[in-house]
Design a protein around this ligand. Structure first.
Ligand code: LER
Ligand code: MN
Length: 276
């Protein structure tokens, strides 16, 4: 398992939920703290110059773990279950650009709240069908480029559609695409899943990436989430992918990133020896 940290561009609004802003500085700081990678939070592929990104990554010898898309929903208002076909077309076109970028950087594109929601005048069935149709088109584009799409269950206070891993797994079975996986976030799981380790182990074959935060969404180690249980679930799942720190940048971004690395990196080191 490897560890990355969520970052965005300097201009990203507060709704971009990341630890640091400014790609070049974030890459340098992440490498200094021992992170193996960065998760890039983008609203479109135009947010970043791929040549510059390559040179910053090479200079600091770290990787992109995944491209995340929270701002596609929060800043652009685009989502998979939109009732307007033209809006769904926009989200598909935008994902086309992100998938193109992910082909060279990380090969994973996250779908958080941009999956959409069940609108007031919509049934669950209608929202689900729109989600399935949009996802299939996006997964097929991604598959051609060797990229996987990962759906993140998000807690009920942020969205009313796909809140836990069981719901995510049911929906994935309906989409029927091999390059569609699950991206658990232990902060959301702590609210929604009956167990954390148990649910990770149960959905082992679908878990392609994981977000780490403590119970209060501060750095791991500053809340009361049982990370031994998280790692035990991942061990049962024989998980060998990325974990990414996605936390509130509190009390300040540098201290938060440092505390998260100090808590999780030794656990990963032990974990990797155990599963080797
Ligand atoms: C995104 O990864 C996430 O976890 C959401 O809660 C952000 O709003
Ligand atoms: Mn998350």
């Amino acid at each position: 398992m490897k560890l990355s940290v969520a970052v965005a561009g300097k201009e990203a609004p507060p709704s971009a939920f990341v630890v640091w802003r400014g790609f070049e500085e974030s890459i340098s700081k992440a490498a200094d703290l021992g992170y193996h990678g960065i998760e890039l939070a983008l609203k479109s592929a135009e947010d970043i110059d791929p040549d510059k990104l390559s040179s910053w990554l090479a200079k600091h010898n770290i990787e992109v773990s995944c491209i995340s898309t929270g701002q596609v929903f929060a800043s652009l208002g685009l989502y998979f279950t939109h009732p307007e076909p033209s809006m769904r077309r926009k989200v598909i076109n935008l994902f086309d650009g992100l998938i193109h970028l992910a082909k060279d950087f990380g090969q994973l594109v996250n779908v958080g709240r941009t999956r959409g929601f069940i609108a007031e005048n919509q049934s669950r069935h209608e929202a689900e069908n729109l989600f399935i149709d949009t996802s299939r088109q996006i997964c097929d584009m991604a598959g051609e480029k060797g990229v996987s799409i990962i759906i993140e269950p998000v807690n009920r206070y942020e969205i009313n559609f796909v809140n836990n891993l069981d719901e995510g797994a049911d929906l994935l079975a309906k989409v029927e695409r091999d390059n569609l996986g699950l991206m658990p976030d232990v902060f959301h799981m702590n609210i929604e899943d009956a167990q954390i380790g148990g649910s990770l182990a149960k959905h082992a074959n679908l878990v392609k990436y994981i977000h780490f935060a403590d119970s209060n969404r501060w750095a791991p180690g500053w809340g009361h989430l049982d990370f031994e249980d998280v790692f035990e679930g991942l061990r049962q799942a024989k998980y060998d992918g990325w974990s990414a720190i996605e936390i509130l940048p509190e009390p300040d971004p540098d201290s938060a990133a440092r505390k998260a690395a100090e808590t999780i990196l030794p656990m990963i080191e032990r974990y990797n020896k155990m599963v080797a």
